[in-house]
Design a protein around this ligand. Structure first.
Ligand code: PMV
Length: 354
């Protein structure tokens, strides 16, 4: 029997939404009720590394996450595998005399090993980096010719927010119009060099797994919140336009205002759900007050805050000076290992790590 292996390794950072995605209009295809915009973090912190391998000796598709085997039977994984397989092309390794034809991919099996360098499912968007990385690595392995936007529409079917991790910089996920979801994909707004004095600090308030998964939370919100309908139809479309303008013009005051307002509205929509969903805790609220007070006292915003489906604060500082002042304040008001649970800070941006 033949005994060769071909491997591809990819690394993908996570992304943090500044205009939030919350609510699906189609749960199976993962189509959202509004556009969203995110910033992709640097690939050093909060990233996923995935190796995919193919060999004629593999009897079935298998996957290991952080060293532990997990089931691939879920629809999300199957969607990604099926969609990339359907786009597989001929692969040739002349040196080793290996030839895989387009048709062979239907019968060949893959092994996938994926590592997160941060806690999984703690509201730190691990699924975003994970599915983006999986789709990208599989596409490389199978020599799929699709561009990053086309691949994003496949990653979307693993986890919605994953589609935005196929690009660096600031990224927009266009909700799309057509029923099959083919136009619900990500496009880059600006690349990572455009606004490289921003510094992102994540205050890990709790690394425990979140109580309500985003899938369940979104479903309940769509079914019960009138505020969500108003948000999706009337508020977000205008905010998307304003946010793109702020990013293109590097207008931090406007960027910070929109980012904070949208995070707060997302959590208001969660509260408007029946029964209400609470993702933030007392420490999160105290961090908001601290940042608001500081921004107000200086007169122009120094830091923007945003929270996803968990209590951890993502803080975006205008520049390194503001970031240094922010860290000082956080360490003073939220000392590590106090009763606030706040015990680690993740630093990240394109510039501070150079
Ligand atoms: O893609 P999901 O199912 O992990 O949902 C992500 C939802 C938020 O992180 C709260 C918002 C967003 O746009 O990323």
């Amino acid at each position: 029997a033949e005994s060769w292996v071909i491997m591809v390794t990819a690394q993908t950072p996570t992304n943090i939404a500044v205009i939030k995605y919350w609510g699906k209009r189609d749960e199976k295809l993962i189509l959202p009720v509004n556009d969203s915009i995110s910033v992709t973090l640097d690939p050093v912190h909060l990233c996923t590394t995935t190796t995919v391998a193919v060999s004629p000796s593999f009897a079935q598709d298998r996957m290991w996450l952080n060293g532990k085997e997990i089931s691939l039977s879920g629809g999300r994984y199957q969607n990604c595998l099926r969609e990339i397989r359907a786009r597989a092309c001929d692969v040739e390794d002349k040196e080793r005399g290996i030839k895989i034809s387009k048709k062979d991919w239907e019968k060949l099996h893959v092994h996938i090993a994926s590592y997160n360098n941060f806690p999984t499912a703690a509201g730190l968007a691990s699924s975003a980096a994970g599915f983006a990385c999986l789709v990208f690595a599989l596409a490389k392995l199978m020599n799929a010719k699709e561009d990053h936007s086309e691949l994003s529409a496949i990653a979307r079917q693993g986890s919605g927010s994953a589609c935005r991790s196929l690009f660096g910089g600031f990224v927009k996920w266009k909700m799309g119009k057509v029923e099959d979801g083919s136009d619900s994909l990500a496009v880059q707004v600006v690349d990572e060099k455009h606004w490289d004095d921003l510094v992102i600090i994540i205050a890990v308030v709790s690394s425990r797994q979140k109580e309500t998964s985003s899938t369940t939370g979104m479903r309940e919100t769509v079914e019960t919140s009138l505020l969500l309908q108003h948000r999706a139809k009337e508020i977000v479309p205008k905010r998307i336009v304003q946010m793109e303008e702020s990013i293109k013009n590097r207008n931090f005051a406007s960027f910070a205002h929109l980012t904070c307002a949208d995070s707060n509205q997302f959590h208001a929509v969660c509260m408007d759900t029946c029964p209400p969903i609470f993702y933030m805790n007392d420490t999160s609220h105290r961090i908001i007050s601290c940042v608001e007070k500081w921004n107000r006292s200086v007169g122009t915003p120094q830091v923007a805050y945003t929270f996803d489906a968990g209590p951890n604060a993502v803080l975006i500082a205008h520049n390194r000076k503001a970031a240094a002042q922010l860290l000082q304040k956080l360490l003073f008001y939220f000392p590590p290992n106090s009763d606030t649970e706040l015990n680690s800070y993740v630093l990240g941006d394109k510039s501070i790590l150079k």
